[in-house]
Ligand binder design. Structure first.
Ligand code: NAD
Length: 290
């Protein structure tokens, strides 16, 4: 077990990639505080972890609010007595519009939920992570490297997180705290599949064609990288932007069309995930008229 006796906070843990990180970390022995917005199924994920023999506490709150972010960190300390790992994964992807048509309210929501959450959670977790010589992992994106046409503020928010993670890594190294950023390509969650996604259904159908490996990642494939980076086996890794994108960043064409159908099958995985596609439930998604 890679994370035996570690205490972790996972944000955005009710759905999608966060649910998979929660399940993976639990299998690896970590005790968990699972944080999400009111309405997110974090209690359900916590129950599943406990039913599997792990330790997990749900925390419901808006982590872009100072007091609620602080309360989340306090819960980990009150419940488990220390904090070893912060997984700053919460975020939103709620609009599709060229930049001149991108609504200012959606820009503000994107920065608030993608950036302010990460800053506040880092700020309040750091004193405890210094005490435990712990580490932080952010969820960035290939969009933070490449930009994201139609979703420019989203890609920009991830570019911020990439630089923020590197800055935290350099600043906190003398305190024994590592910081890294996992940067996924398209992942099979509500953001890339289904009617709630800001990506039109026709474009969803061809996402795999842009990816050399010919398909989306499963949430579990992303969670596996988080578990490694969080573990002591990654003791020499800090300031890394760890691409997990099926090759989409260096790809220059629809190279994924060359992938034979038989090789496009995702691995079956072992985690029992129930909320991979629930992340956009109840959220207002804006699509500019074309
Ligand atoms: N799905 C993809 O293709 C993809 C690709 C690259 C990066 N990512 C990143 O992965 C992370 C997870 O995305 P996902 O696809 O699993 O989506 P998701 O919607 O299933 O998960 C995000 C979760 O964060 C929660 N959240 C948002 N704002 C919050 C706040 N202020 N306080 C507390 N919780 C909050 C949401 O309610 C949601 O449950 C995001 O940071 C995203 O940018 C996703």
């Amino acid at each position: 077990m890679q994370l035996r006796d570690k205490v972790a906070i996972v944000t955005g843990a009710g759905t999608g990639i966060g649910e998979a990180i929660a399940q993976k970390f639990a299998r690896e022995g970590a005790a968990l505080v699972l944080a999400g917005l009111p309405g997110d199924p974090v209690a359900d994920v916590a129950e599943a972890v406990v039913a599997g023999g792990g330790g997990a506490m749900p925390y419901l709150g808006d982590l872009a609010e100072e007091q609620q972010a602080q309360a989340c960190v306090d819960l980990a300390i009150d419940q488990f007595g220390k904090l070893d790992l912060l997984v700053s994964n919460a975020g939103i992807f709620i609009a599709n519009a060229e930049t001149d048509l991108y609504r200012i309210e959606d820009f503000d929501r994107t920065l608030r939920n993608n950036i302010r959450t990460a800053f506040l959670m880092t700020k309040f977790a750091l004193p405890h992570l210094r005490a435990s010589r712990g580490n932080i992992i952010y969820t960035g994106s290939e969009a933070g490297f490449n930009g994201s046409p139609g979703f420019t503020p989203y890609g920009g928010s991830k570019g911020f997180l990439h630089a923020f993670a590197k800055g935290v890594a350099l600043e906190q190294a003398p305190h024994g705290v590592r910081a890294n950023c996992v940067c996924p390509g398209p992942v099979d969650t509500a953001w890339t599949r289904g009617p709630d996604s800001p990506i039109p259904m026709a474009a969803q159908a061809t996402i795999g064609n842009m990816v050399p490996l010919g398909r989306r990642a499963t949430p579990e494939e992303i969670a596996n990288i988080f578990a490694f980076l969080a573990s002591d086996e990654a003791s020499y890794v800090t300031g890394a932007l760890w691409l997990v994108d099926g090759g989409v960043t260096p790809a220059k064409s629809d190279i994924g069309t060359q992938m034979p159908a038989a090789l496009r099958q995702p691995p079956k995985g072992v985690l029992a995930l129930r909320h991979s596609h629930d992340g956009l439930r109840g959220k207002e998604v804006y699509r500019a008229p074309r």
